[in-house]
Design a protein around this ligand. Structure first.
Ligand code: XUL
Ligand code: CO
Length: 441
């Protein structure tokens, strides 16, 4: 079988002192950190769309990278792409992958023909999975690229489009179940609006819930035991995406009774677009019991769109992994690199450099998070900050014993409050730096 990434061998862990650009310096899959191997803690996944399909096109120009894998016609390209994907995952020691239906197989003139093409590629992928031991983290349907979805899919004003989307999701669910996927993602795509002058927002949200309910019921009926995820994003492509952030999605799920089956797939760059930190979104998911999976990437704070860069900011990966550990780690979810190389990084080897950088950044983040938690100073500070609720009036408030009249009587006796203590943000940030960079000098 032909090799697609020639000259690149299996990427191995060589340790921090290695100067081999095609080796891991920090990601040591078998090393135990916080009670599990790094492989189990991080559950890395390859995004099929960016990695195998994204050629770097933007609104000012066509792609710069060749992603045809030596194929001529569309189906040969799709087959070679699948083989190349498994070669890349094997060489990078990535255990999981994620895809949209249209990433793996091109759309044809009719849905029947499109589905037949999908079946042909899924046969191939199933064989490659058996050979390599690679697993599907989650599947999804692309309900945003084709012009038919110009007004959305589940939220389209056109009922035929809703039906088409439902059919596409049905097939994507069948494929996900067939390939043993543990998750199914709903990223809103074009589910949002530009102006209320032409939009019935309440009706569109009801329809979005109708589509998700149909999908959930069908998936459960064909044996899907995994998690459904909503992937929040506040804007792009539409001005108002309905799945703005984790909190908005929680309210949506509860309103429509979907909260038992759906969790969140939190993406770093989507968090920052919502003017939240990644850590805020992860914590919101955790405290609402909907932490599921992660789309790992980073944005550029000087740019107002979804740049989907490979995550290299170790401060961010450390804060992220603290949240993951606190959430009890991944169950069905994992860390999917929803990240693309820059347009100028067009050579095949750039994909490897990018993944190595991202995986090493998360390995470092995991180790630092474990150190911060074991060090205990941050957690102890936070716990101590609320000490006034442990006894006296605070304990009565938390225990539900204090009435509003009793609180008034208590407050009337207080006089001025002189018991506030410092939040010590700078001191705490310095502790984190000290833990992160200990051993450096
Ligand atoms: C878009 C995005 C998607 C989803 C899957 O911003 O993140 O690729 O992850 O549809
Ligand atoms: Co994503």
């Amino acid at each position: 079988m032909s090799e697609f990434f020639q000259g690149i061998g299996k990427v191995k862990f060589e340790g921090a002192k290695s100067d081999n650009p095609l080796a891991f310096r920090y990601y040591n899959p078998d090393e135990v950190v916080a009670g599990k191997t790094m492989r189990e803690q991080l559950k890395f996944a390859m995004s099929y769309w960016h990695t195998m399909c994204g050629a770097g096109a933007d609104m000012f120009g066509v792609g710069t990278a060749d992603r045809s894998y030596g194929g001529g016609d569309e189906m040969t390209v799709a087959k070679n792409k699948a083989r190349a994907a498994f070669e890349l995952m094997t060489k990078l020691d990535i255990d999981f992958f994620c895809f949209h239906d249209r990433d793996i197989s091109p759309e044809a003139a009719t849905l029947t023909e499109t589905n037949a093409r999908l079946d042909e590629i899924v046969d191939l992928i199933e064989g490659l999975m058996k050979e390599s031991g690679k697993k599907l983290l989650w599947g999804t349907a692309n309900l945003f690229s084709n012009p038919r979805y110009m007004h959305g899919a589940g939220t389209s004003c056109n009922a035929d489009v809703f039906a088409f989307a439902a059919a596409q999701i049905k097939k994507a669910l069948e494929i996900t179940v067939r390939l043993g996927g543990n998750g199914y993602v709903f990223w809103g795509g074009r589910e949002g609006y530009e102006t209320l002058l032409n939009t019935d927002m309440g009706f569109e949200l009801d329809n979005m819930a109708r589509l998700m309910t149909l999908a959930r019921d069908y998936a459960r009926s064909i044996g899907f035991k995994g998690d459904f995820y909503i992937e929040p994003k506040p804007k792009e492509p539409t001005k108002h995406q309905y799945d703005f952030d984790v909190a908005t999605c929680c309210a949506f799920l509860r309103k429509y009774g979907l909260d038992k089956d759906f969790k969140m797939n939190v993406e770093a760059n989507h968090a920052t677009l919502a003017t939240h930190t990644f850590q805020h979104e992860l914590a919101t998911a955790r405290i609402n019991g909907v932490f599921g999976s992660i789309d790992a990437n980073q944005g550029d704070l000087l740019l107002g769109w979804d740049t989907d860069q490979f995550p290299t900011n170790v401060y961010e990966t450390a804060l992220c992994m603290m949240e993951v550990i606190k959430a009890g780690g991944f169950t069905n979810g994992g860390l999917n690199f929803d990240a693309k190389v820059r347009r100028g990084s067009f050579e095949p080897s750039d994909l490897f450099y990018a993944y190595i950088a991202g995986m090493d950044a998360f390995a470092l983040g995991l180790k630092i998070a474990d150190k911060i938690i074991k060090d205990g100073r941050i957690d102890a500070f936070v716990a101590d900050r609320y000490a006034s609720y442990k006894s006296g009036i605070g304990a009565d408030i938390v225990g539900g014993k204090a009435t509003i009249q009793q609180l008034e009587a208590y407050a009337l006796n207080l006089g001025d409050i002189t018991t506030n203590t410092s939040g010590r943000q700078e001191y705490l940030e310095h502790i984190v730096n000290g833990i992160m960079f200990s051993g450096l000098v």
